[in-house]
Design a protein around this ligand. Structure first.
Ligand SMILES: Nc1nc2c(ncn2[C@@H]2O[C@H](COP(=O)(O)OP(=O)(O)OP(=O)(O)O)[C@@H](O)[C@H]2O)c(=O)[nH]1
Ligand SMILES: [Mg+2]
Length: 683
């Protein structure tokens, strides 16, 4: 049996902006609990969680990293996540594995973009949230100002559970044993504010409190957990990851107040597909059927594929037989590990709340569910939405002969990272790697070079335009060929209709009375789908269209598959030509962080590039968050422009928002280019 039962487990993701101090805090928590002898440092490259060579070189976390420790008879699993917007996918993925998101705020920089995003993501996931204001030791910090900024950005329910004292050298408790003086604000007031907030979730306790003027701390435990679960309370604590001030207190808060898997909100699973899908929540009971979710995959060059999962229900042990997702083939767990940064610690079993890993099981993939019963298949976790990557590099291998290997290595890279996609554009034979930012892509290329010895050249890719149709139309083609022996015959009638943006492609078979035999309908569909890869206007993939095949003719001897593939394709082309096809362009949502003084330049620049500003939000420390929409084609070289507009103090991210019709001049330009390209090919 594992050493810690589920109610003695806490799972916490440390999230927040780059350089907030998450990795240093992880180190301090490990050292304070005795899991390591002394805290390492990011600068020296000696931390447990930034163990990767690239992380040491960048002095920033690039991937979510797992550690575990013991405090007061409780097992705490911590996930240290990267704060750079480029790597936010890693932080979002970690939210699937925990009850608590601890948002670390850098007191010298204030509330920034990623902290704000992570608060939102965590609330969406119904996680309990905690804010840690770090760097209370630093000079010239405005701690009351930071607390006020946290409350104004995240709500009045953010209440301090301790306060800095002794000039930032320590913290005083405002909840368990409120006594003593803080550097600012009053300990007694902070205590009262917490109790007021907590009793609000329990009517009986509230009346008692109103009658007696106070309640015993033990009576507050259950309502405290409920207030956390409901997002009615977000405790704020202070710390210095560097000096260790407030770190023991943070451990105490995690042990005594952070929810165990039994007290948190269990995640939503979905069973079955489409209309038959039903939702249910896991039950954190070690005796039930196993439900574990793979929230992270690592391609380790030495141990191979590592599937890192969170147990939500049941017990996984070495000799458990597990099914992976929809597969009917059982796998034997074999070796089971708990991670301590880059080290693998072998364990016997994992219960609900535990984060563990299995190695060398190829079928394991990101986001799959592991379970232990035959009839529990087709289970998925309710999907998290990851930003759709839009930053792209077109890549070609430096060495000849690496063309084959490149796809293999790219597969390994995307297996690890839900915010990385690879597309191939056959019209210009271009392989494009897309990620969330320049740094993201560069780190992937460096990993490819160092771990897999694969070097590539990069250049800006083509903008991923799409095409669609804007009117209904009819299409018809009769394919007939008589060459020597057996002939080829197939005839197809179809209709096409535009679908709403983002709907994709639909194929509907409405053929009556066997005018085209059932067995040949897939051939028609195949022909139709051949057209989707390159639209008629400018050769971009066609989307948001429904094709309804409703009639045709066949010949009992001459109707072969090829005939219907050809007839389907040509009938579709016939219809598209009449359906007013257009080019769609990708519009991305951008979020820009910039000093308030540069806001005019930043928003003006965006508007001059066919963009629009959808909102601005004041962050702390003279920084602003600007949200907007802009066509991707206008954002070439944006990183450099933002740098010059903000004197290097800007940051930005983008992800796909939607596709819309490209302006007429752009459509014409793309069409001319395509016509030229085709003429060139024919010559
Ligand atoms: N003065 C002071 N410096 C700190 C403190 N915590 C972290 N730092 C420093 O801040 C820098 C960034 O710390 P990290 O722990 O790497 O920050 P992070 O949040 O993990 O950053 P990312 O991995 O990029 O998201 C390092 O130079 C730390 O030494 C603190 O409490 N006080
Ligand atoms: Mg870090």
């Amino acid at each position: 049996m594992p050493k810690f039962a589920t109610d003695h487990i806490r799972t916490v993701a440390l999230v927040g902006d780059g350089a907030a101090g998450k990795t240093t805090l992880t180190e301090a928590l490990l050292a304070t609990s005795g899991a390591i002898a002394a805290a390492g440092s990011v600068e020296r490259g000696t931390t447990v969680s930034d163990f990767d060579t690239l992380e040491k070189a960048y002095q920033h976390s690039l991937r979510a990293s797992l550690v575990h420790l013991e405090a007061d008879g409780t097992r705490i699993h911590l996930i240290d996540t990267p704060g750079f917007p480029d790597f936010i996918g890693q932080a979002i993925g970690a939210l699937d594995a925990v009850e608590t998101a601890a948002v670390v705020v850098n007191a010298t920089a204030g509330v920034q973009m990623i902290a704000a995003r992570m608060m939102e993501w965590a609330a969406k996931r119904k996680l309990c949230r905690l804010v840690v204001i770090n760097r209370i030791d630093a000079e010239n910090v405005d701690l009351p100002g930071t607390l006020a900024a946290v409350q104004s950005a995240f709500g009045r329910e953010c209440l301090p559970i301790n306060l800095p004292a002794g000039g930032g050298g320590r913290v005083v408790d405002c909840f368990f044993n409120p006594s003593g003086d803080a550097d600012f604000s009053s300990v007694a007031d902070a205590h009262r504010a917490l109790v007021d907030q907590v009793v609000e979730v329990d009517e009986a306790l509230m009346s008692l409190y109103l009658e007696q003027g106070e309640v015993a701390p033990e009576q507050l435990h259950a309502p405290f957990e409920k207030a956390l679960r409901d997002g009615h309370l977000v405790p704020v604590c202070f710390a210095s990851a560097r000096t260790g001030a407030g770190v023991k207190e943070l451990l105490d808060i995690l042990v005594k107040l952070a929810p165990s898997p039994v007290e948190g909100n269990p995640p939503l699973f979905v069973k079955g597909d489409g209309d038959a899908a039903t939702e249910f929540r896991s039950v954190p009971d070690p005796a039930k059927h196993v439900l574990a979710h793979v929230f992270k995959v690592v391609m380790d060059p030495f141990v191979g594929k590592l599937g890192i999962f969170r147990v939500h229900q049941g017990t996984v042990s070495r000799d458990t037989q597990l099914y992976i997702g929809d597969s009917r083939k059982a796998i034997k767990v074999g070796h089971l590990f708990m991670l301590q940064g880059g080290k693998y610690v072998e364990i016997d079993a994992a219960v609900p709340g535990d984060l563990a890993a299995v190695a060398k099981i190829d079928e394991v993939s990101f986001d799959c569910v592991l379970h232990d019963s035959h009839d529990e298949d087709r289970i998925h976790m309710r999907a998290l939405e990851f930003p759709v990557p839009m930053h792209g590099f077109a890549i070609t291998p430096k060495r000849r002969g690496d063309e084959q290997r490149i796809s293999d290595v790219l597969h390994k890279m995307i297996a690890e990272d839900p915010t990385l996609v690879v597309t191939h554009d056959p019209t210009v034979n271009e392989t494009v790697l897309r990620g969330l930012g320049d740094l993201h892509l560069r780190s992937v290329l460096e990993r490819m070079a160092s771990q897999f010895k694969l070097e590539v050249d990069t250049r800006p890719p083509r903008v991923p335009y799409r095409e669609t149709v804007t009117a209904k139309a009819e299409g018809h083609h009769r394919h007939k060929k008589q060459t020597g022996g057996a002939g080829q015959f197939g005839e197809v009638y179809l209709r096409i209709e535009p679908l709403p943006r983002g709907a994709g492609f639909e194929f509907v078979d409405q053929v009556k009375g066997g005018a085209i035999p059932n067995t040949l309908i897939p051939a028609v569909q195949k022909g139709v789908e051949q057209v989707l890869a390159a639209g008629p206007v400018a050769g971009f993939p066609l989307q948001d269209v429904r094709v309804i095949v409703y009639d045709g003719k066949y010949h009992p001897v001459d109707s072969k598959e090829v005939a219907f593939v050809a007839a389907g394709r040509k009938a579709f082309l016939d219809a598209i030509a009449k359906a007013k096809p257009i080019v769609l362009e990708p519009i991305v949502g951008v979020e820009i962080n910039c000093p308030a003084t540069t806001m005019g330049d930043v928003t003006g620049d965006l508007s001059s590039r066919r963009g629009q500003v959808t909102g601005t939000q004041t962050l702390q420390g003279e920084m602003l968050a600007v949200n907007g929409l802009a066509p991707l084609s206008e954002l070439d070289g944006y990183a450099a422009r933002l740098k010059s507009m903000t004197g290097g103090h800007g940051a930005w991210t983008m992800a796909l928002s939607h596709y819309e019709m490209a302006p007429a001049n752009l459509q014409a330009e793309l069409a001319t280019e395509y016509a030229k390209h085709r003429r060139h090919e024919e010559e």
